[in-house]
Write a protein that binds this ligand. Structure first.
Ligand SMILES: [Zn+2]
Length: 68
């Protein structure tokens, strides 16, 4: 009897690859980058990676660390 419970190797690979992924992701529909802030888990959005880094640093320093 064939068991369909065996997970697809490629599917498992992709799931594991992105399971702990906390970096930036590109939203093709919204045409912007988004990521979860490491400090509080808030979603941040930016049109490109360079601006995302600025937004992330600004957010961490000014909004979550109170200006430090
Ligand atoms: Zn934060």
């Amino acid at each position: 009897m064939i068991s369909y419970e065996i997970p697809d190797p490629f599917e498992t690979f992709v799931e594991n690859k992105y399971k702990d992924y906390k970096g930036m992701l590109y939203d093709f529909f919204a045409r912007e980058w988004h990521m979860k802030a490491a400090c509080c888990g808030e979603e941040l959005y930016a049109p490109n990676k360079k601006i995302m880094n600025k937004i992330r640093l600004y957010h961490t320093r000014n909004e979550c660390l109170g200006g430090y």
